[in-house]
Write a protein of this length. Structure first.
Length: 365
């Protein structure tokens, strides 16, 4: 009986020992799994850091390895001239074409050197003169590599400036550094390569077409009196109907198509003498009188007569080269610019028959 008890106790102890042994092994496995998990996480972080370093390192070295010994990132003066002495600017536009501007000291006006009649935007040209006269950089690379390392062998922008003393400086703008958000620049007279902000390039981001100054029809306190329509065959018609005259209030130059077109192009626009319709518009304009000279007169004005001429051509061609019914080509006065204007208004004025819907709308306003 006692032997049987001892056998039972021995079996229970063996079972408990086996269970304890199994639990210990399971705990050891869990510890190993946790260690492996932490190790895997650390390896993942290291891999991410390695990738980041591989991407950023070339960008950092691109500037730092070639910078001056001090690593100074303060504003650096590249050139410093008086913009009032700027006389000539030549630059390549975004289309790869060269734009040449010359300053006329007699009229204090910037002109297009290749055609001094071309109406240049004076504000934009003056801003270019300021930008090209005094240039600053955020970094100077005093020991640069070859030009092709910075895109300066085939620059995206070249600007040459001549001053009143006949001195000339040329800037070349190369690649964009996305890390420092700057452009590389070289300048005549310096062996360094500079990193400049994008504002310099922006000042010259204009094609010749962008620089043109467009005209507008007379506006203000106008009273239209009458207008004459001369057809291509020489027939003349005089109109003074109020319903027609009110249409001039809504007529405006909506765009332009050409500057100094050739004879062949004029024919295409329908602006040749055998096709165009001429309108001479007469109006009165109320102009205020200087009250300082007429202090005893309040809100005084005087009526001044004015006249302008429109030469109306064909309908604007669409992208397929076919006539569009929404706009027509026209010359305004003696301007060499081919403008566009609303064809529905022009058609009504030429025919002498006002569109009732337009007339009602004008009266309601």
């Amino acid at each position: 009986m006692e032997d049987k008890k001892r056998n039972i106790l021995s079996a229970e102890n063996s079972s408990a020992g086996a269970e304890y042994s199994d639990n210990g092994e399971e705990r050891r496995k869990k510890k190993r799994a946790k260690k492996l998990g932490r190790l895997a996480a650390m390896l993942a972080v290291c891999a991410a850091l390695a990738v980041t370093y591989a991407v950023v390192s070339p960008l950092l070295s691109e500037d730092n390895s070639q910078s001056d010994d001090t690593g100074d990132t303060a504003i650096i003066s590249v050139t410093s001239y008086d913009d009032d002495n700027t006389r000539y600017i030549s630059y390549t536009d975004s289309d790869g074409k060269t734009v040449n501007l010359i300053f006329d000291t007699a009229s204090s006006t910037w002109l297009y050197a290749d055609d001094t009649d071309y109406p240049i935007n004076q504000t934009t040209a003056a801003a270019m003169a300021v930008a090209a006269s005094s240039v600053s950089a955020v970094r100077e690379l005093t020991a640069p590599e070859s030009e092709d390392s910075y895109g300066l062998d085939s620059p995206i922008l070249t600007v040459s400036v001549t001053f009143s003393d006949d001195s000339t400086v040329t800037y070349k703008v190369g690649d964009y550094n996305s890390y420092s958000q700057t452009y590389y620049m070289s300048v005549t007279g310096s062996d360094s390569v500079f990193a400049i902000e994008s504002s310099f390039k922006t000042k010259f981001n204009y094609t010749l077409d962008d620089l043109i100054v467009l005209e507008s029809l007379p506006s203000g306190e106008l009273t239209f009196k009458e207008y004459t329509v001369t057809m291509p065959d020489g027939t003349e018609n005089l109109y003074s109907d109020e319903n027609l005259l009110t249409l001039f209030d809504d007529l405006e130059l909506t765009g332009w198509a050409d500057y100094k077109p050739s004879d062949e192009e004029i024919t295409v626009y329908g602006l040749d003498s055998s096709s165009a319709v001429k309108m001479v518009v007469n109006y009165d304009e109320a102009k205020s009188i200087d009250t300082e000279e007429n202090s005893d007169i309040s809100n005084a004005s005087v009526s001044v007569s004015g006249t302008y001429t429109l030469t109306v051509g064909g309908y604007v061609l669409d992208e397929n080269g076919e006539n569009s019914s929404s706009q027509r080509y026209l010359f305004y006065g003696d301007s060499p610019i081919v403008y566009k204007a609303d064809s529905s208004i022009l058609d009504a004025l030429i025919s002498g028959i006002a569109d009732s819907s337009e007339t009602d709308e004008a009266e309601s306003e």
